[in-house]
Write a protein that binds this ligand. Sequence first.
Ligand code: ZN
Length: 338
Amino acid sequence: MRSLITLLFILLVCTCVRAQEDKDARPLVVCSASIFADMAEVISGDLVRVESVVPIGGDPHIYEPTPDDVRLVSQADLVLINGLTFEGWMNELIANSGTRAKTVTITEGIGTIESEEYANSSDPHAWMTAANGVRYAENVRDALIELDPFNKEVYDFNAGLYIQQLQDLDAEIFRQIESIPAARRILITSHDAFRYFGRYYGIQVEAALGTSTDAEVQTDDVNRLTNIIRNSGVPAIFVETTINPKLIRQLATDNDVIIGGNLYADSLGEPDSPAGTYLGMLKYNVRTIVAALRGETGDVGVGLGPSSAQQWLLLSIILAVMAGAFGFMVNRLNRGIA
Ligand SMILES: [Zn+2]
């Protein structure tokens, strides 16, 4: 009986949520990834409903859309994408959804860096500098105004504030990077998402994987990174939240350096984390990189299995428990016989 009531209650809640979703009369803006959804949320205030296709923590390079994503895009009034082959699967998703919504590429007008892996294509990670973030913000603002011209003033106002914050942060990042001793301004990380960041703010970037994440790491790359770590004397290397940390952990252990942080490149952090917004993510990254390369932090422990001492302790406890149980059983059996 109780389970029946619970089931009815769940059904009622679901129906209410559905009804609320359907009642939301605001235009729906669908973004490919969480970083762009945050930009759209900030600039739109609460005048539109914003959804991201790739969930937080997902890897947009290799994401596989679900039937729910098709349904979401089919209901969109505006679709915002990064383009530059970041989320190539979006084209098919948009086509399959049958949506008539306009798709806007929000990297329009940004001076791109050529991809090192693929001929005639650009590195997609343009959002990694706050200066480029300004251009993203302008493109999102213009797309919202075109969708909803009635609220132009609100979008202009919100974008103006946001752009000011991005420009302030841009200057702050330059100051922060300059505080790292020049010889240690080397950022070694999982995949090549930091080339815009490195070129613009003046820090050498070396990555285990290329600008996409769907490739295998080559022995050459491991040797190259090992040489760079040894020759430069950097105290720390970095992992990224959307990528398996195994290789970077191995490199750190082999070369006696620490993993200085878990950086955000292709996804925001959870909403209540310091990297839960685009501005927060840029701030978190630079703070983490600077502190670790200045030698002010310890290893973040990512990808670290239990140490051998911990493994021995665990084994000892298991053996002790088993010996105790064995002793208890022998004792009981003896008593039974007596
Ligand atoms: Zn990436």
